[in-house]
Design a protein around this ligand. Structure first.
Ligand code: TRP
Length: 353
């Protein structure tokens, strides 16, 4: 008898086009898992609402991310591909699970603190933002409740499928930890053994953080340091050539500065090991020329991006095809979700009179 495939769930927020951080951190693994797992991938448009996008931009982005999922290699026949808001069972279970989530633990979540600080216009990373949040009555500085309960919604995305694996980048690990905690809490509160504890999955290696081109932290839309899957070749090359570096090594085996290490990290993702080794050696003996390294990196990234970009152009305006894909995906996802929601309602005591 064929063994039941393990269930995989993941999603990406629809807040613009997908960038190489999304690709290397998550999407590439989505594609690699599609043959051996029962894979369910969605576009997290409800999560995107937490940062109050323009309605038209949100809709465009849902379409763009869908086209980019498929263009990156996700086969709609092998995967359940859906839009989060097409599955209303998720919203209902989000309400139910919130009854078992503490506002304190949500307020301590790193992603919440970051975004709340941004909403309040606070810089630095002082620990105490609670007072600022409670005391702030201006509309502009409002920290919305959806932002606070973001981890509840994400936990529901995962638990509603009873997922085993959740391929995500390093920045999502805390959310996954909360998901497991909520699952355990639900089980123990109701004395059931209903939810398992889903884990990250990166084919045996550690979750990755893809750096940006501005010399600082991760590649991210709000950071404005992204290479997009939909960037044309010229744009991609220009962005790489403009990446921040330093004045170059002055003595052999000097420690590598953060901006240059970021370029090496990107190179490790895109280039052959011998190419990376060549530039590491050149750095160590001070013969490196960053211009050459960037040219090589741009060419190797182009090799990865070119076929994806072509497929994006082929399908992104094909509304008929795209809507067929998500209609089929929603139907499947709703069937899985409805089963779980029925059980959860029953366990919690919401029953017909
Ligand atoms: N929070 C994730 C991100 O920002 C997106 C996401 C929402 C997600 N729900 C999820 C990822 C469920 C994995 C599983 O990238």
């Amino acid at each position: 008898m064929e063994e039941k495939k393990k269930i995989v769930v993941s999603g990406i927020r629809s807040t613009g086009n997908l960038h190489l951080g999304n690709y290397f951190g998550a999407l590439r693994n989505f594609v690699r898992m599609q043959d051996d797992y029962d894979t369910r991938y969605f576009i997290a448009d409800l999560h995107a609402l937490t940062t109050n996008p323009d309605p038209k931009a949100l809709h465009e982005s849902v379409k763009a991310v869908l086209a980019e999922y498929i263009a990156a290699g996700l086969d709609p026949e092998k995967n359940t591909i859906y839009v989060q808001s097409d599955v209303p069972e998720i919203s209902e279970m989000y309400l139910l699970l919130n009854m078992h989530v503490g506002i304190g633990e949500l307020m301590r979540t790193a992603s919440f603190k970051d975004k709340a600080r941004k909403a309040l216009g606070l810089s630095g990373d002082g620990e105490e933002i609670e007072k600022d949040i409670i005391g702030n009555s201006s509309n502009n500085g409002r920290v919305n409740a959806g932002l606070l309960t973001y981890p509840t919604l994400m936990a529901v995305d995962i638990l509603i499928h009873k997922a085993d694996f959740v391929p995500v980048g390093k920045d999502q690990e805390q959310h996954l930890e909360l998901t497991r905690r909520f699952a355990r809490r639900f089980n123990s509160f109701y004395g059931v053994d209903y939810f398992g504890e889903p884990v990250n999955f990166n084919f045996g290696s550690a979750a990755i953080k893809v750096p940006g081109l501005d010399g600082s932290g991760k590649m991210g839309k709000s950071e404005g340091n992204c290479l997009y899957l939909a960037d044309d070749e010229k744009t991609l090359r220009k962005k790489v050539m403009r990446a921040v570096t330093d004045e170059g090594p002055k003595e052999p085996n000097q420690p590598v500065s953060q901006p240059v290490e970021n370029l090496f990290t990107l190179m490790e993702l895109a280039s052959k090991p011998e190419v990376v080794a060549h530039y590491r050696d050149a750095y160590a003996d001070c013969s490196i020329r960053y211009g050459d390294m960037k040219k090589q990196l741009a060419a190797d990234l182009e090799t990865i991006v070119a076929p994806i970009r072509q497929r994006i152009l082929d399908i992104r305006d094909n509304d008929e095809y795209l809507s067929k894909v998500v209609a089929q995906g929603a139907e499947r996802a709703r069937a899985y979700a409805a089963d779980t929601l029925r059980d959860v309602r029953e366990i919690m005591g919401i029953r017909k009179i």
